[in-house]
Design a protein around this ligand. Structure first.
Ligand code: GLN
Length: 456
């Protein structure tokens, strides 16, 4: 814990932490020492972690990297963080992220973006650590913590993991409780670990998941020992390679990486099968209707009364002006855009044309996966991202769709509620990390992590 705290002090330029909790960390570390001395040592005992700012942590600012939550200190602890603490984990602080987890580059954060510790060359401009869990990715890659929590609504664990060369898993929807995590799109949001390798991911995931009666979508299923399932033996497993993920204009090095990963799994004894997921091309548009729709509804609660920031009011301002001014000042431009898109697609005149249609497409995407799994496919291998990390400020903010295209390989997994893991798989020609994604059957995270282990 002390080593991490001093590393954090020396790494201010990464802007990975939005709030540090050194006193709490040392107190928790002492308590962990005492538990170990008493002969009790749960898996995460004394392990220093960073916590994404989306998790509510009791008495500690939990602001979802938004101005509207400035100063918000919850009276309660999220289920995931309280489970981690019960297992002995230490919290070093709260990690930077895109505002309300909306973004793919960390640039929508109200606290300025986190920075990727990787560079193309010494005089290169700073690169994005990805988003939305960019602070988590940056902190783990730069050894500021041993692991970090992330959340993933459309790729926010897997894409940043790929951009900094670490491992990240989004478990099956319902595996980790969403209670106490600031909601973005409730039918898609899942928490998961971001770690240096697959074994750490297995151990940390174990600490994060489990049934929680406080989340109505939490699955009442036993949690297997994920670490014990890491045998590296994947003989006879059927790995699907979906042809629709071979996008036009895909960089040659991504193709090559994908082929290399396929070969590694084949050499380890897996059977490689060409598969089709025919509705893949509709996933991004469906996601960018459903996620904003749910967000617009979830974000209605930020009214200047119940949480955080309230605008200064003028003479004669009433409650309507208070709402309007608070929300105009409190939400950044990307969040405002999502609220407007969401409100539009849910409005009486457009509900069927957009929202209902997107939900139907979502069902078709889910069925694509069900069909291949019913045909005996155990896991699906795809690239994690269409490119390596890009320069901060390089993506045009005038054209948000350009940024949304980053999520092309990851959003299907959330729409279908499946587990997806991203592992580092090599470097591009500029020396930047690239990741591969494995998508698994529902509730089979253990098996999925074992396949990922074979790629390590
Ligand atoms: N980049 C996607 C978005 O902006 C995904 C974000 C996430 O998974 N939280 O919606």
């Amino acid at each position: 814990t002390e080593a991490c705290l001093s590393a954090i002090e020396g790494a201010g330029a990464l802007n990975a932490f939005v709030h540090k909790t050194p006193d709490l960390a040392l107190e928790q570390a002492k308590a962990a020492d005492a538990r170990i001395k008493a002969g009790e040592s749960p898996d995460l005992c004394g392990i220093p972690l960073g916590i994404k700012d989306l998790f509510c942590t009791k008495g500690v600012p939990s602001q979802a990297a938004s101005r509207i939550l400035q100063g918000f200190k919850p009276e309660y602890e999220s289920t995931v963080t309280s489970q981690l603490f019960d297992a002995g984990a230490v919290m070093l602080g709260k990690l930077n992220m895109d505002e309300f987890a909306m973004g793919s580059s960390n640039e929508t954060s109200a606290y300025g973006n986190a920075v990727n510790p990787w560079r193309r060359s010494d005089d290169d401009t700073a690169l994005t650590p990805g988003g939305s869990s960019g602070g988590s990715a940056s902190a783990v890659a730069a050894d500021l913590c041993l692991g970090a929590t992330g959340t993933d609504t459309g790729g926010s664990i897997r894409q940043p993991a790929a951009f900094v060369g670490i491992t990240g898993i989004k478990p099956t929807y319902g595996r980790c409780s969403r209670w106490g995590i600031v909601a973005f799109a409730s039918s898609l949001d899942q928490a998961g670990p971001m770690t240096k390798d697959v074994r750490d991911a297995a151990i940390m995931l174990q600490g994060m998941c489990g049934f929680d009666p406080k989340d109505s979508t939490s699955a009442d299923l036993a949690v297997p020992d994920f670490e014990a399932m890491l045998t590296g033996d994947i003989r006879g497993k059927k790995i699907g390679i979906p042809r629709e993920y071979r996008m036009d204009g895909m960089p040659q090095e991504i193709e090559a990486l994908w082929a290399e990963g396929t070969k590694m799994l084949k050499d380890a004894g897996a059977e490689i099968v060409d598969i089709s997921l025919p509705h893949t091309k509709y996933a991004l548009p469906a996601y960018y209707v459903i996620a904003p729709a749910e967000a617009s509804s979830n974000l209605a609660r930020y009214d200047g009364v119940r949480y955080g920031h309230r605008a200064q009011l003028g003479q004669g301002d009433g409650i309507t002006e208070m709402y309007e001014k608070t929300r105009a000042e409190g939400f950044g431009p990307e969040v405002q855009r999502r609220v407007m898109i969401g409100t539009y697609v849910l409005s009486a005149g457009f509900y069927d044309a957009y929202y209902n249609r997107a939900r139907k497409v979502r069902t078709l995407i889910k069925r694509d996966f069900e069909t291949v799994f019913a045909d005996g496919i155990d896991a699906i291998l795809t690239p994690a991202t269409p490119s390596a990390a890009f320069g901060l400020g390089e993506m045009s903010h005038a054209d948000p769709v350009q940024m949304y295209l980053n999520d092309v390989f990851t959003v299907t997994v959330n729409l279908a509620g499946l587990p997806g893991v991203c592992v580092p798989a090599g470097l591009d020609k500029q020396g930047l990390p690239l990741g591969l994604q494995l998508i698994g059957r529902p509730w089979e995270e253990g098996d999925l992590l074992n396949t990922a282990y074979a790629l390590e």
